[in-house]
Design a protein around this ligand. Structure first.
Ligand SMILES: NC(=O)c1ccc[n+]([C@@H]2O[C@H](COP(=O)([O-])OP(=O)(O)OC[C@H]3O[C@@H](n4cnc5c(N)ncnc54)[C@H](O)[C@@H]3O)[C@@H](O)[C@H]2O)c1
Length: 257
């Protein structure tokens, strides 16, 4: 049987790193792609040290040439069955009054255009892999409910929900599923940076590691487990949709204390 390959973007840290480990443990060779070359290689080395199989790959996924390069590396390693578009930036404190055009364009390039570029670059390989190939995109609860002053991020995550649906329709006949995950608050470096941008820390925003609380702060593994399940044949009937993984954050009306 040929090697099953998964491509994970944003693999250098946080949810992308956790997802890389989860897919490697499931027996896939993981191409760990990240804009920060050392971080990509560090994740791959950690997986190899654990006895799994992985390759680090430096790539800025907002650039088409880099996305094509990642796809070529992956195709050279085996059958590309899984693409996880996880790389993203989350600049909060950027409402429509103060966000610059440059920041707006950068958020859309990294968070949305990258999903299109990476999927386009991997498309022929995923189609060749046939039934069972899957693309998992990283949305956010911000696609469904708004925090003040977060316009470009919220709009970019809403676009991922729509793009996921669209790509699922377009790739269905080729046997490729396309799904998304919408996490709530996750314990990653970007969550702390984001909270600081809002003038608070994660605790002050109500994100604590207490599963008895709605919207508790998840571990990256909590999200990675859902991504890995969506990427598996067990989820073969899940397509075109976004799975919310938020510890109940969106379930509660924000009134009544
Ligand atoms: N952390 C959360 O609470 C949370 C919640 C919902 C959604 N998300 C989404 O999950 C994804 C990962 O979030 P995280 O918290 O792990 O982020 P993170 O900042 O901890 O890690 C993101 C990784 O992506 C890489 N990256 C950034 N820009 C890139 C580019 N242009 N090309 C390639 N790699 C790039 C970074 O170098 C980094 O290694 C993002 O799309 C984010 O929007 C995160």
């Amino acid at each position: 049987m040929s090697t099953r390959v998964a491509v994970v973007t944003g693999a250098g840290q946080g949810i992308g790193k956790a997802t890389s480990a989860r897919l490697a443990a499931d027996g896939l060779h993981v191409v760990c792609a990240d804009r920060v070359a050392e971080a990509a290689e560090r994740t791959a080395a950690t997986l190899r040290d654990a006895g799994w199989s992985a390759t680090g790959c430096a790539a800025d996924v907002s650039k088409d040439s880099d996305c094509i390069g990642v796809a070529e590396v992956a195709a050279g390693l085996g059958e590309v069955r899984v693409l996880c578009n996880i790389a993203g930036i989350s600049p909060f404190s950027s409402g429509i009054a103060q966000v610059s055009e440059e920041l707006w364009d950068r958020v859309f390039a990294v968070n949305v255009k990258s999903v299109f570029l990476m999927t386009r670059a991997c498309r022929s390989h995923l189609v060749a892999a046939g039934d069972g190939a899957v693309v998992v995109n990283m949305a956010s609860v911000h696609a469904f409910a708004a925090l003040p002053e977060s316009a470009p991020y919220a709009a970019s995550k809403g676009a991922i929900v729509a793009l996921t649906r669209q790509m699922a329709v377009d790739l269905a006949a080729a046997g490729v599923r396309v799904v998304a995950v919408a996490p709530g608050a996750v314990d990653t470096p970007s969550s702390y940076t984001g909270a600081r941008g809002l003038g608070a820390d994660t605790q002050e925003l109500g994100f604590v590691k207490d599963p008895r609380r709605l919207g508790w702060l998840a571990d990256p593994d909590d999200v990675a487990a859902v991504v890995a399940w969506l990427a598996s044949p067990q989820a073969r009937f899940v397509n075109g949709t976004t799975v919310v993984v938020d510890g109940g954050m969106l379930a509660q009306l924000p009134v009544g204390g």
